[in-house]
Design a protein around this ligand. Structure first.
Ligand SMILES: NC(=O)c1ccc[n+]([C@@H]2O[C@H](COP(=O)([O-])OP(=O)(O)OC[C@H]3O[C@@H](n4cnc5c(N)ncnc54)[C@H](O)[C@@H]3O)[C@@H](O)[C@H]2O)c1
Length: 324
């Protein structure tokens, strides 16, 4: 049994990990300022409402609870916003994480699991990434995440007891199969969520950004991973670290690619609604293909995804969106 601090546990992804932690013996405290998360999304453990920047409060909590491990989800995640307001991102993603890592090192929290992103790869040649693919983020959001990976790497090297896993998520989608948690953010830019909104009449049309890429139907190809499988990867990472595993960076996707048009077709088929779709110009910084190689996580963590099926991802997202 471990005592776990979950920053950002009231948000989209953190809430799925907390929901899955219900089935374990671990004790959970969520620390979240509810800036984009929701109180109702914390289905297990204790919620402490607080900001990462409130170091005194966070330190008080850490000293009181004496955690064994930290899952760090709290952060800012909207790429275009990071271009317009980079300092918000360097503050919330880099500075606040630096302060958190510092508190962890000072207070003997030596297992750290970090939400990184495929955005650290930027626009990789060929579009299929192993963990060795060179990193070259093309926006402040991706840079803040890569900077955090570097901090963790250096800290783990200097502090022998400190071990971390950085999971580089590809396109996270869907909602928990038990229907308890899902994506709530009104500012979400995620394709599957927006397509579900269109299918349910919550938006008039769905935009495809560019249909002249060099792909099988001209639209971008992405690697979509179900939230419950992503959550399982975090628990596997925790078990690995608690069992004495060493620090690693790992891709977290299925290694399958779907075009934007293929995703839209699945949402139309599963919902039974032929919603309106319009082609808009390409956006800056969208690589034609972004997919993961997943050998490392399968081998090191023995991670076995259960929901590697786009129809299942879409069905859970639709069911969730209907109830919102
Ligand atoms: N959603 C994705 O597809 C995706 C992909 C790659 C990486 N990630 C990473 O996963 C993590 C979680 O993403 P998400 O989609 O769940 O986002 P989210 O916005 O739903 O969740 C973030 C949570 O952190 C909290 N938070 C933010 N700043 C805080 C602060 N300063 N102090 C305390 N709480 C704070 C928010 O209230 C929210 O509950 C992020 O670090 C993000 O960069 C997400």
């Amino acid at each position: 049994m471990a005592k776990i601090l979950v920053t950002g546990g009231a948000g989209y992804i953190g809430s799925h990990i907390v929901n899955l932690l219900r089935s374990t013996e671990h004790e959970v405290v969520v620390y979240d300022d509810l800036s984009t998360g929701r109180r109702e999304s914390v289905t297990f453990g204790r919620l402490v409402v607080g900001e990462l920047e409130d170091i005194e409060k966070l330190e008080g909590l850490i000293q009181e609870e004496r955690f064994d491990a930290c899952f760090h989800f709290a952060g800012s995640i909207i790429v275009p916003e990071s271009v317009e307001n980079p300092l918000k991102y360097y503050n919330n993603n880099t500075q606040n994480t630096l302060d958190l890592i510092n508190l962890c090192v000072e207070n003997n929290i030596n297992k750290f699991i970090f939400s990184s992103t495929a955005a650290v790869y930027g626009e990789p040649a060929g579009g299929v990434c192993t963990e060795e693919t060179s990193t070259n983020p093309i926006n402040p959001y991706g840079r803040t995440k890569l900077m955090t990976e570097w901090m963790l790497q250096d800290v783990a090297k200097a502090h022998k007891d400190f071990e971390y896993i950085a999971l580089r998520y590809f396109n996270v989608a869907g909602a928990s199969v038990d229907g308890r948690v899902g994506q709530c953010s009104p500012l979400s830019t995620h394709l599957i969520k927006l397509a579900c909104e269109a299918a349910l009449g919550k938006r008039e049309e769905l935009l495809i950004f560019g249909d002249d890429y060099e792909t099988r139907d001209g639209t971008c190809i992405r690697d979509y991973i179900h939230t419950d499988d992503l959550a399982r990867a975090h628990l596997d990472a925790l078990d690995y670290l608690l069992g004495g595993g060493k620090s690693e960076v790992m891709n977290c996707g299925y290694g399958n690619g779907f075009t934007v048009k293929e995703v839209i077709d699945v949402v139309k088929r599963v919902s039974g609604v032929n919603f309106r779709v319009k082609v808009a110009p390409r956006r800056d910084g969208d690589p034609p293909v972004l997919m993961s190689k997943t050998e490392k996580i399968s081998k090191k963590l023995r991670w076995k995804p259960k929901y590697n099926d786009l129809s299942v991802i879409v069905k859970t997202a639709l069911d969730w969106e209907r109830e919102l």
